[in-house]
Design a protein around this ligand. Structure first.
Ligand code: MSP
Length: 464
């Protein structure tokens, strides 16, 4: 598989609070892929951003004693700061309060209206502000509690606009089944397929009459556009002509919006569908859901201050197969830091550089040209932990080779053979640096610098 162009998106996050490790996870994955495909010569475009409208944001602003705009300006700045600190190199950061985005959303909704896909009706039901979603009673816990937010849903009764989602049911089924719109992992594809084929889809409420903090419906300024319709459209409004994406990354919490509502909106307006939607798992913290009230929210910047950004990027990708749920434990992090990074990789580099210096080995750095099909296949299939395993196999083989062939003894009995061995190890290390570049860009550059100059500096300093 090869991409001539690679456009990847992350969800745009609600800026009602600062980013945590879960938000960082999706964004790190997208960053790694953008860097990887760029390395393979693809024209890449990486889009992320901020979801700034809706009731949830408006209430958080109110609680903070600020206007919604003041509030989102601050939190969005914080997001950008964190993404910079984590070395995430997006091509575009879209905000749903950008005037071009707002105009795009209004034009889009107007088009649905002009096509006859919108009608007005009364809505009576339950709404979870945390999810920004209308809920059916049978999907709630007793007392109409949202299972995700553990808060009761609010009763709403309004006269609003609906999008004829039901009209597109068969087309969505066809797109998913034919894999024109590929949903991965397969278990997720089956799950959504069962859901959508089970019963007729309900039409989608696409406006709110009592939410002021949103984009006005173009033909009825008393109503605002439902925040999810507004948010999903960022993927096109922020695409700068790159549409359609090769990959959209999300987690399971927002799966249905992306697997049903989103393709229906695109089918209704003639846009191409994304090539692939990948649903990754959820991180818990030491086995518990991350939440402010439990006080266990993991701040990625705090961790990277202690261990470095690359160690964090490495850990989240190595620890859990992409697609599965996983646990984030600081103990595990610390263990992997010491074992995989400081010991296996860091020591290997140090040993080889010292031995090569002592033996006055002739060697020149050359960027990686060798192909590693096993690594590439893992990356193409978004199996990040397998790709890293492959690199760590190379690392441990190199360490085993050194222990077995003992260059410090070989230097005395067969200097020529020793020089070959060390040249070979230096080549291996520079390829390791090349393979690791998308995951750990700074480490990779440091490795290359040390290999070129012989300068020694621990890649991953010991922690007390
Ligand atoms: N604003 C909507 C998305 C609109 S996209 C058109 C939203 N925002 S969110 O801030 O709640 O972000 C949800 C996303 O953040 C998840 O889909 C996932 O990508 C990431 N994560 C948030 N918490 C997470 C974990 N605990 N674990 C893994 N990823 C998680 O929904």
């Amino acid at each position: 598989m090869d991409y001539g162009r690679f456009f990847v998106t992350t969800p745009i996050y609600y800026v009602n609070d600062n980013p945590h490790i879960g938000h960082a996870y999706s964004t790190i994955a997208a960053d790694i892929l953008a860097r990887y495909w760029q390395g393979r010569g693809a024209q890449t475009y990486f889009l992320t951003g901020a979801d700034e409208h809706g009731m949830k944001i408006a209430r958080s602003a109110l609680a903070a004693g600020q206007s919604p705009k003041e509030f989102v300006d601050k939190v969005t700045d914080k997001y950008k700061e964190v993404w910079q600190a984590l070395n995430l190199k997006y091509s575009n950061f879209i905000r749903t309060t950008d005037p071009e985005h707002e105009k795009f959303v209004q034009d889009f909704v107007q088009k649905l209206h002009d096509n006859g896909d919108i009608y007005q009706d009364k809505y009576e039901g339950l709404y979870c502000v945390g999810c920004e979603e209308y809920k059916k009673e049978d999907e709630l816990e007793p007392g109409n509690i949202c299972s995700l937010h553990k808060k009761p849903c609010e009763k709403v009764e309004e006269n609003i606009y609906f999008f004829k989602l039901s009209k597109y049911q068969d087309k969505i089924i066809e797109a998913i089944q034919s894999k024109k719109f590929l949903i991965e992992p397969e278990a997720r594809r089956n799950e959504i397929f069962k859901f959508i084929a089970k019963e007729p889809l309900r039409d989608l409420a696409i406006s709110r009459s009592k939410v002021e903090w949103g984009i006005p419906i173009p033909w009825d300024k008393n109503q605002t556009i439902y925040v999810w319709v507004d948010a999903l459209l960022n993927y096109i409004s922020g695409s700068k002509g790159f549409w359609p994406p090769q990959l959209q990354i999300i987690a399971k919490d927002i799966f249905r919006f992306h697997a049903i509502i989103w393709p229906a909106m695109l089918l209704a307006t003639g846009y191409e569908l994304p090539e692939k939607l990948f649903i990754h798992g959820y991180f818990t913290i030491n086995g518990q859901k991350m939440s402010k009230s439990l006080g266990n929210v993991v701040d990625p910047v705090e961790i990277s201050k202690v261990y470095g950004v690359d160690a964090l990027r490495y850990f989240v990708m190595a620890e859990v197969p992409f697609g599965a749920d996983g646990d984030f434990s600081l103990d595990r992090f610390d263990q992997r830091y010491r074992a995989d990074l400081a010991n296996d990789l860091g020591n290997l580099l140090q040993r080889v550089i010292v031995m090569a210096k002592n033996a006055k080995v002739h060697w020149e750095y050359e960027p990686m040209t060798k192909k590693y099909p096993e690594f590439d296949q893992a990356m193409e299939e978004l199996k990040f932990s397998e790709a890293l395993n492959f690199v760590w196999k190379m690392i441990s083989e190199a360490n085993v080779r050194i222990d077995a062939e003992k260059p410090w003894e070989l230097a005395k009995v067969d200097p020529e053979k020793n020089e070959k061995l060390l040249q070979n190890l230096l080549d291996t290390l520079s390829d390791i640096a090349g393979l690791l570049e998308p995951f750990m860009p700074e480490t990779s550059h440091k490795m290359i610098e040390q290999l070129r100059t012989g300068k020694q500096e621990p890649l991953f300093p010991r922690k007390k």
